[in-house]
Design a protein around this ligand. Structure first.
Ligand code: TMP
Length: 225
């Protein structure tokens, strides 16, 4: 009994969280056993790390500190939530995962991609998503969406959202490079398409996977440790 591991990725304001919730509701209505989680976060330790990472007061955080904190939250999430859920055949929907570190700390901050790949493998315990939904959007449009949310101006931007536009453009280019390198795992969807249309495309991909007997995250294929 293999579970299914699906991640949602995208820049700020891409609508990935809304799409995750839509798929969650759909799968649960079908009677499927689904776990919803997010990275960074998803565990008591991860939630504490998340607040350190996103707090705008931590503007002095070194890039390497940031990298380790994302990896630390992920290491805990995989061991405490994702692996145990997959082991009993549950479907795991995760808001962001290791691709975010490649896009943000690798392409965005300029850290070495080989180093990030090794740290990601360690943190994720060799686990790779069966499917990654990438909601692709021009960062200018995404940041405008984030700005439009009904939060007081002072609280509008977390530490990462507040980065300059060039940073978010590099993040987008990073995601597109990941999608080009791994077309079987990553499905790139234009976030400007209508909500219902995107939802339908995601459902079709997931239904295909649920019918398929072989999955990368299934037992026997994972690295152990
Ligand atoms: P979000 O989960 O609400 O999208 O916020 C998480 C923020 O952290 C977002 O700006 C992306 C950023 N991030 C990284 O920079 N690296 C990572 O590895 C992850 C998972 C997120």
């Amino acid at each position: 009994m293999a579970g299914l591991f699906i991640t949602f990725e995208g820049g700020e304001g891409s609508g990935k969280t809304t799409q995750l919730k839509g798929l969650l509701t759909h799968l649960r209505a079908e009677g499927r056993d689904v776990v919803e989680t997010r990275d960074p976060g998803g565990t008591p330790i991860g939630k504490q790390i998340r607040s350190l990472l996103l707090n705008p007061a931590n503007g002095g955080m070194a890039v390497v500190t940031e990298l380790f904190l994302y990896e630390a939250s992920r290491a805990q999430l995989v061991r405490e939530v994702i692996r145990p859920a997959l082991a009993v055949g549950r479907i795991v929907l995760c808001d962001r995962f290791a691709d975010s570190t490649v896009a943000y700390q690798g392409h965005g901050r300029g850290l070495d991609l080989g180093l990030i790949a090794r740290l990601n493998a360690l943190a994720a315990d060799g686990l790779r998503p069966d499917l990654t939904v990438l909601l692709d959007l021009d960062p200018e449009a995404g940041l405008a969406r984030v700005g439009q949310r009904v939060t007081p101006p002072a609280e509008r931007h977390d530490r990462i959202e507040g980065e300059v536009l060039g940073f978010h453009q590099r993040v987008r280019a990073g995601y597109l490079a990941i999608a080009a390198a791994e077309p079987d795992r990553v499905v790139r969807l234009d976030a400007l398409h209508g909500m219902a249309e995107i939802e339908e495309l995601i459902r079709r991909r997931v239904e295909g996977l649920l019918r398929s007997p072989v999955r990368p995250s299934g037992p026997g294929i994972l690295a152990s440790g």
